[in-house]
Write a protein that binds this ligand. Structure first.
Ligand SMILES: Cc1cc2nc3c(=O)[nH]c(=O)nc-3n(C[C@H](O)[C@H](O)[C@H](O)COP(=O)(O)OP(=O)(O)OC[C@H]3O[C@@H](n4cnc5c(N)ncnc54)[C@H](O)[C@@H]3O)c2cc1C
Length: 570
């Protein structure tokens, strides 16, 4: 047996894979494994086993979560051609309202664009009447089905290693051998134990208890009281690291993160003046919402989440501390798929490339722990809280200053940047100077209620004929069309030459990423069009993860060049 385990194992024509767990990590693994295999003309099959039915309302159909899809994930998916449909998005978020005991401040998205989505993981909270298909997890599973995966709604109860693979069994009807078994079982303790039996050096992640509940307000009141703003609370309450209220379509989700959250901590939080102040006056907040739970969260990554023919992904392996867990599920799911398809499915292959991805997340989380420790110190000091609040309010009021504190807090709250990057920015001399100045200045109360505007969709909406990029101006970001059409125009000697029409999922502005030069064309909306901006940093990260994205881009650029040449020669 040991001789067999030392050999290199690769996916070959006809290989089969079982993905256990159809949450985001399982779906991202499947989607990218099938995508990568098709690029190699390699025929593989994937069965996804999922214990829950995401079409169900309430806990039975839900992977308990705040439901925030971070702006970095929204951008990465968009560059991959995955555009989250409107019916899945419960609200798009463009501001964060920060609450401390001394007051509150609205932090606007630095991009001035709606790039964060709030979603329901299942079909909606227990007791809700809307039964439309709006589950984010189901949407991802559907993408996998479109790529050719089979989804089997069954709970897997046993794994058994055999000479050339792993046998997957359920109590009902499954008993099938696979070349590779992928564990995307989240933090389900029984399922993780099952993997410990066949994955020799695997130690599951460390967990702590959190809290989620759903408050029904109705769409009009969510619009009026929350709009597109997520509320975050830095209150001096024991054991609470982070509290948030996330607006959905007609509900508001309350999330409490910290150490072993219990009923008493929840009561203290929801009866605080700052939390009550966010809701209509008549509403009595109690821990009695029909849909609530105390789910676990990953606070320390697993040890060695792989072995021959086995890899664990998402929460079961490594996640991002307290933030953007779905984004981390994307990172680990995609990285495991890349390793499996391009390198192999033996322990050595996962050790050589997948391990690094998990280790990077774990390393960054150590810095994250430091940031949350500093946040805790700030939460306990009214002087420091006043300083943070005043410097944010000053930045938000000013028009031409660098919004250093606001953007560092924005990335801390949204989880869009790495903790290392955020920590570095907190040491900027100007940020520290403004912080000290904030201690001595008077609280500035400004009306920022107009910032909480509501828009359901992601991206920026342009009216018919509106110019999105102008020839001759400089720019360094890429745009992906979410809905509608644009026209690409070359302005030459006073004439407008129409070069192309582009539609949904197509991108433009790519030249700005490569040259520090001016835009070569004008792009205008053809009818109403919704467009998402992709930052240079996010684009380069995507290219680093998948060089074929650069190939796709070059292919597009060369096609466009050829079309332009044809037009010139006509
Ligand atoms: C309080 C809280 C708030 C959060 N808020 C956010 C947020 O706003 N944004 C964000 O990005 N992340 C958030 N997260 C983190 C996020 O929920 C997770 O990181 C993410 O769901 C991980 O995805 P996953 O696929 O690894 O696991 P999961 O989403 O847990 O999916 C695992 C799946 O495996 C299935 N499964 C388990 N065992 C078996 C079995 N034996 N057989 C078949 N199927 C099985 C389960 O039914 C489940 O569907 C939050 C987490 C908590 C606890």
């Amino acid at each position: 047996m040991s001789g067999l385990l030392n050999r290199e194992i690769k996916l070959v024509e006809g290989s089969n894979i079982a993905v256990i767990g159809g949450g985001p990590s399982g779906s991202f693994f499947t989607y990218y494994a099938l995508e990568f295999a098709s690029r190699l003309d390699l025929n593989i099959s994937i069965d996804i086993y999922e214990a829950k039915n995401f079409n169900k309302i309430g806990a039975g159909g839900c992977n308990h979560c705040g439901g925030i899809i971070s702006e970095s994930l929204v951008q990465k998916l968009s560059t991959d051609g995955i555009i989250i449909p409107t019916e899945i998005i419960q609200r798009s978020i463009n501001t964060y309202t920060m609450h401390v005991e001394n007051g509150d401040a609205v932090i606007q998205t630095p991009s001035k664009e709606h790039r964060i989505a709030s979603v329901f993981r299942g079909c909606g909270p227990k007791g809700c009447l809307d039964t439309s298909q709006r589950s984010f997890d189901n949407y991802l599973l559907d993408l996998c089905k479109e790529k050719g995966a089979q989804v089997i709604l069954e709970k897997i109860t046993e794994l058994e290693r055999c000479d050339d693979g792993i046998i997957v069994k359920s109590k009902k009807s499954v008993n099938k051998k696979y070349d590779l078994v992928v564990g995307g079982v989240g933090l389900n303790k029984k399922a993780l134990k099952m993997f410990e039996q066949v994955c020799t050096q695997f130690v599951p992640p460390k967990l702590t208890r959190t809290y989620i509940s759903e408050f029904y307000l109705g769409r009009d009141q969510v619009d009026e009281y929350f709009g597109g703003s997520m509320h975050v609370f830095l209150l001096n309450l024991p054991q609470v690291t982070f509290g948030a209220l996330i607006p959905k379509d007609d509900y508001v989700t309350l999330v409490l993160l910290g150490k072993d959250i219990d009923k008493e901590i929840v009561e203290n939080f929801i009866t605080s003046e700052q939390v009550k102040g966010c809701f209509p006056k008549h509403m009595i907040l109690r821990d009695s919402a029909p849909c609530k739970c105390y789910p676990f969260i990953n606070v320390k990554g697993a040890v060695q989440p792989y072995d021959h023919n086995i890899v664990l992904i998402g929460d079961s392996a490594s996640s991002k501390l307290y933030k953007n867990g779905i984004g981390a599920a994307y990172i680990t799911g995609r990285a495991a798929a890349k390793t499996a398809v391009f390198e192999g499915i033996c322990k050595k292959s996962f050790q050589n490339s997948y391990k690094k991805v998990c280790r990077d997340l774990d390393k960054d989380n150590r810095v994250g722990k430091l940031i949350f420790l500093v946040t805790r110190i700030i939460q306990r000091s009214s002087l420091l809280k006043k300083a943070v609040l005043n410097s944010v309010l000053r930045e938000q009021r000013a028009t031409n200053t660098k919004k250093l504190m606001s953007s560092a807090l924005w990335d801390t709250f949204t989880g869009s940047a790495s903790y290392r990057n955020i920590l570095r920015r907190f040491f900027h001399p100007l940020l520290l100077f403004n912080l000290i100045r904030g201690i001595f200045s008077k609280p500035q109360i400004i009306d920022q209620s107009h910032l909480k505007n509501k828009q359901k969709n992601l991206g920026h909406i342009y009216k018919n004929g509106e110019v999105i990029i102008k020839q001759g101006t400089s720019g360094n970001c890429l745009f992906v069309i979410q809905e509608g059409k644009v026209e690409v125009i070359n302005e030459h000697n006073g004439d407008d030459i129409k070069l192309a029409e582009l539609g949904e999922t197509e991108f433009f502005g790519e030249m700005g990423l490569f040259e520090k030069d001016v835009r070569s064309c004008t792009v205008k909306a053809l009818g109403v069009v919704r467009v998402l901006t992709i930052d240079k940093k996010n684009f380069y990260e995507s290219i680093q993860n998948d060089a074929s994205l650069a190939y796709r881009l070059l292919e597009k650029m060369s096609n466009r060049l050829r079309d332009a040449n044809k037009m010139i020669n006509v």
